[in-house]
Design a protein around this ligand. Structure first.
Ligand code: SAH
Length: 493
């Protein structure tokens, strides 16, 4: 492939990568791996926002998105960008919607790279041609209904219907026709198929923005499809499915039965802690965009001695991790705590402690600062609180009021990641007051009035109110399960 072997490491490389049809969960493992290691990402309009969120912060982003009506970046120019960055030794990811070789011009780009002697790899993707019908409950083949699949473009280079053998397509009974890029030409397409002898009652469906929260489906027949699409104002990107399998959509439309289907939600906690919550929300059908609006920074400096306390209190998983990081940094270890009892604010913190070999002696009944403070005050003795810089004052206020003997050591600080908010959000899920503030810092004009704030507890909800959220929902208890329940409750409001 590489003509000049000496170039192999020095000229960089290009990966032609399929990003899948929109839903970030439909990326392949390989595509994610190469994306996370990219120096430069050149992407199209159809690449899902959740996928774009995985582009490393330090990577150069080049948007060559082509949207109908707007001037596309000419193909030759895109190729020139790829060559230029690769020649500079960069790891370049060329990210395309669906699969890079299916109506994606991946082949042309591969030819240009090959001609220039630039090493390249192809990372196939989940194509919209199959995945979008699947997300609308349409299997593209089905025993007894359809035994072949044709994937066809409905858009020639000039923008008209391409010159296809419509007679052959019309004869294809018991087969499935999937048309891409077909919204503009639907009327002409259906008419040509009927003129060529296809039954006007052949089941047909259109799926717009498939696999995203904004997915919409129209089902009808070949003869009525265009009118139905106009009535529903279907716009690109959309996929047309013509053939008997289209009739299965009503029965198998699994996605609309999920409780959070059609809901676009931002998960705001730091990415390394978002995984489980994101998965739980996806399991309920939400489109999840990971939008970490805070990061944590372990503070430097010497930790005071941890010896001589009766109780040591932890209020977050990050705090537990930061303690061990700082002890290791100073070549100290946890045995300094001696026989101190351990308190944790909630089960996730308790679990983090357990993984570090520390059993928790006190977990409040309600997982918040007030109840942790109340429990500690009742137990008495010398207390050490290990938590974030500028932690919520509630915990310390109560301890002070109750005359407790405590000291506090800040272990880490939360920093805001100021990035543009994702468009068109329905909800944002917050697991701490600092994530609320971080989110609000991303839209200083308060441009999130329509976004519902789903909060893990009362302190977080209070922060949401202060930040200017109008619709606030609070979990019954500070657990991820109850948080997801709160998101479901928020849905209907
Ligand atoms: N390489 C892509 C297809 C590119 S052509 C793939 O394999 O999926 C662009 C066309 O794909 C759009 O006009 C539309 O017909 C279809 N398409 C891509 N993503 C889509 C989506 N999420 N929903 C509906 N149609 C989609």
């Amino acid at each position: 492939m590489s003509k000049n072997k000496a170039n192999y490491m020095s000229v960089g490389k290009v990966w032609l990568v399929g990003a899948g049809p929109g839903d970030v969960g439909l990326m392949t493992l390989r595509s994610r791996e190469v994306l996370e290691n990219a120096d430069c990402v050149v992407y199209d309009r159809l690449v899902g926002e959740g996928v774009l969120a995985l582009i490393p912060g330090k990577a150069e982003r080049v948007d060559v998105g082509k949207s109908g009506g707007h001037h596309p970046i000419p193909q030759r120019e895109i190729e020139a960008i790829l060559l230029d960055r690769a020649m500079a030794g960069k790891r370049v990811v060329r990210l395309k919607g669906g699969d890079p070789f299916l109506f994606g011009r991946g082949g042309e780009e591969a030819e240009a790279l090959q001609a220039a002697g630039i090493p390249f790899e192809i990372v196939p993707g989940v194509t919209s041609a199959i995945a979008v019908p699947a997300y609308a409950g349409i299997p593209v083949t089905h025993r007894g209904l359809s035994s072949a699949l044709h994937v066809i473009t409905a858009h020639s280079e000039k923008g008209e219907l391409p010159n296809l053998d419509f007679e052959a397509l019309a004869r294809a009974k018991g087969e499935t026709l999937v048309f891409l890029m077909g919204v503009k030409n639907t009327g002409a397409l259906c008419q040509r198929l009927m003129d060529a002898g296809m039954d006007s009652h052949t089941p047909a469906a259109v799926i717009e923005r498939g696999t995203t929260a904004r997915q919409r489906r129209v089902t009808g027949e070949l003869g009525s499809l265009k009118a139905l699409m106009e009535e529903r104002k279907i716009t690109p990107p959309a996929i047309l499915v013509i053939g008997p399998v289209a009739s299965l959509a009503k029965k198998l439309d699994w996605r609309t039965y999920l409780p959070l289907s059609g809901v676009r939600v931002a998960v705001t906690r730091p990415r390394e802690r978002a995984g489980r919550l994101s998965r739980m929300l996806r399991d309920t059908g939400a489109e999840v965009l990971e939008f970490p609006c805070i990061t944590t920074e372990v503070l430097s400096g010497t930790l005071p001695s941890l010896a001589g306390f009766d109780w040591v209190g932890f209020t977050s998983v990050t705090g537990v991790q930061a303690l061990f990081t700082r002890l290791a940094r100073e070549k100290r270890d946890i045995r300094e705590l001696g026989a101190a009892h351990i308190a944790a604010i909630g089960p996730a913190t308790a679990e983090a402690l357990r993984l570090c070999g520390l059993r928790v002696d006190f977990l409040p009944e309600v997982y918040d600062g007030a109840h942790l403070a109340g429990g500690l005050a009742e137990r008495g003795g010398r207390m050490l609180l290990l938590r974030a810089e500028k932690g919520s004052p509630e915990l310390t206020d109560i301890l002070r009021e109750r005359g407790a003997d405590f000291s506090e050591v800040p272990l880490y600080r939360s920093c805001y990641v100021k990035a543009p908010l994702p468009d068109d959000l329905d909800m944002a899920v917050f697991t701490s007051a600092s994530t609320v503030r971080g989110f609000a810092a991303c839209a200083p004009e308060g441009g999130f009035a329509a976004v519902k704030a789903v909060c893990i507890g009362v302190q977080t909800a209070r922060a949401a109110e202060e930040a200017g959220f109008k619709k606030i929902f609070t979990a019954a208890s500070a657990t991820l399960l109850d948080l997801v329940d709160a998101a479901m409750a928020a849905r209907g409001v």
